[in-house]
Structures are given as structure tokens and as C-alpha cells.
Design a protein around this ligand. Structure first.
Ligand code: CTP
Ligand code: MG
Length: 230
């Protein structure tokens, strides 16, 4: 029943253009990483969080997460996928057969969305991910930004995190994809590569990934509104 969550938090946040890695920026009195981990630990089924930090990290030990009994850290790697793999290697999959992977940069994930993902994966026995349907009309463009065509929107989803899979299978899928030099941007893409099923679980678009400077104000607005609405 107990679940473990891996939080890749070893990125440098290049697109954020901030003095420190974006997961350590403050939002309403706490770092983004603390908000994210607090949300995960507030879910009843999540017992433990493994955070992948950079070997050069100079910030984690100053957060309230250092020394937390339900948190361990590992050193992440060059790409997000390397950081996730480092987390998977630190997990005893006989104790925690299923894992969730959640980006440090997504502090606004609603607890009810995490529960929805967990429940859907348990009911179906399949792995899956939070996602929401594309709203805008989608165009395919060429190298000079000329429209080639309109892409059928009905089947398109934005992939979010958490993503939930059996720990041993996810680890094997990532290792195989890395061995074959396949680019892996999320856990689902590794599972797709080895032809495993994944279900799309409808989640909120409030679960944004803080990527560029403008996203910070948006995330703060969402967090405060979520707190006001309980
Ligand atoms: N991440 C990681 N290890 C890496 C790269 C990214 O653990 N080598 C983490 C980030 O810390 C983040 C999540 O993966 O929580 C999603 O990645 P992204 O939003 O791209 O963050 P960064 O890579 O830090 O940002 P950028 O791409 O702008 O440099
Ligand atoms: Mg990145």
C-alpha cells in the first residue's frame, strides 16, 4: 500500500535566469522544492520521498527538508532521466513496488490529482500519468515558421507529473532506453519505448512546471488561491 515518490531536483534552471536553481526560489515563504515535497507527503499513501539533488547543490541543507525523517537525498545526473534513475536505484522495490515521479518544479499539484492518479493506477493495474487535454488549435510549422497543417487536437494531451509505474519495470525501461540512446523526457516515454501501457489521468492545468520567470507570479497566484479554497 505504501508508496514512495522520487523528485528530480538536480537541474540548474537555465531558462529561469535566476541566481540560484529555480527549485530553491522562494514562493510564499518556502522554497519551491519544500512546497512540492510537502504536497507529496500530505498524500496519505506516500510514505517517503527521495530527492535527487545536484552533487554541487549548495542550498538543500538550508531548507526545512534537511534531516526530515521521511526524506532521503541522492545525487542526480546530467539529464532529468539520469536523476530519476539515481532515485530508482536507491529504492528497495520489494518494499515499494510502485513509485511516483514528480518534478521539483511543480509545486502547485493538487493533492486530489495525486490521489486520482494513485486510485486509477491501482484499479487498472497499469501505470499512468497526470495530463490535461490540449485546448488551443494546434499547428505544425516548418523551419521558417510557415504553417504546414492543423494537427488534430482531440487526441493531444499535455503530459504532467506525477507519473506512476512499477519501480522495477520503470528502472529496466529507462536503462534500456539509455542503452539504445533514446531521448527520454518523462517516465511515460521510457515505458512507451518498451511497449508498456500507460493511462492518461485527467489533472488540473494549475499543475504548471515553473520554467520561465513569468511562471513564478502565476504559481504564487495559484498557491494562494488553493490555500484560500482549502
Ligand atoms: N532535473 C533533474 N536533473 C537534471 C535536469 C533536471 O533532476 N539533470 C529536474 C529539475 O530540477 C526539475 C525537473 O527535472 O525539477 C524538470 O526539469 P526542467 O523544468 O527542465 O528543470 P531544469 O532542467 O532545471 O531547467 P532548464 O531546462 O531551464 O535548465
Ligand atoms: Mg531541463
Amino acid at each position: 500500500k505504501a508508496l514512495v515518490a522520487i523528485v528530480p531536483a538536480a537541474g540548474v534552471g537555465k531558462r529561469m535566469l535566476s541566481a540560484c536553481p529555480k527549485q530553491y526560489l522562494q514562493l510564499d515563504g518556502l522554497t519551491i522544492l519544500e512546497h512540492t515535497v510537502n504536497r507529496l507527503l500530505s498524500v496519505a499513501d506516500i510514505q517517503h520521498v527521495v530527492i535527487a539533488i545536484s552533487p554541487q547543490d549548495g542550498y538543500f541543507n538550508d531548507t526545512g527538508l534537511a534531516g526530515h525523517p521521511d526524506v532521503t537525498t541522492v545525487f542526480g545526473g546530467k539529464e532529468r532521466v539520469d536523476s530519476v534513475l539515481a532515485g530508482l536505484k536507491a529504492i528497495d522495490s520489494s518494499r515499494y513496488p510502485w513509485v511516483l515521479v514528480h518534478d521539483a518544479a511543480r509545486p502547485c499539484v493538487p493533492g486530489q490529482d495525486i490521489n486520482a492518479l494513485i486510485n486509477r493506477c491501482r484499479e487498472s493495474g497499469d501505470g499512468g500519468l497526470l495530463a490535461y487535454p490540449v485546448r488551443d488549435t494546434m499547428k505544425r510549422g516548418d523551419a521558417s515558421d510557415q504553417v504546414l497543417e492543423t494537427v488534430e487536437r482531440e487526441a493531444l494531451w499535455h503530459a504532467l507529473t506525477p507519473q506512476m509505474y512499477p519501480a522495477a519495470e520503470l528502472k529496466a525501461a529507462i536503462e534500456k532506453a539509455l542503452e539504445d540512446n533514446i531521448q527520454i523526457t518523462d517516465e511515460s516515454s521510457a515505458m512507451e519505448y518498451v511497449n508498456r501501457t500507460s493511462i492518461l489521468v485527467a489533472g488540473s492545468s494549475e499543475n504548471l512546471k515553473i520554467t520561465r520567470p513569468d511562471d513564478l507570479a502565476m504559481a504564487e497566484f495559484i498557491l494562494l488561491r488553493q490555500q484560500a479554497n482549502g
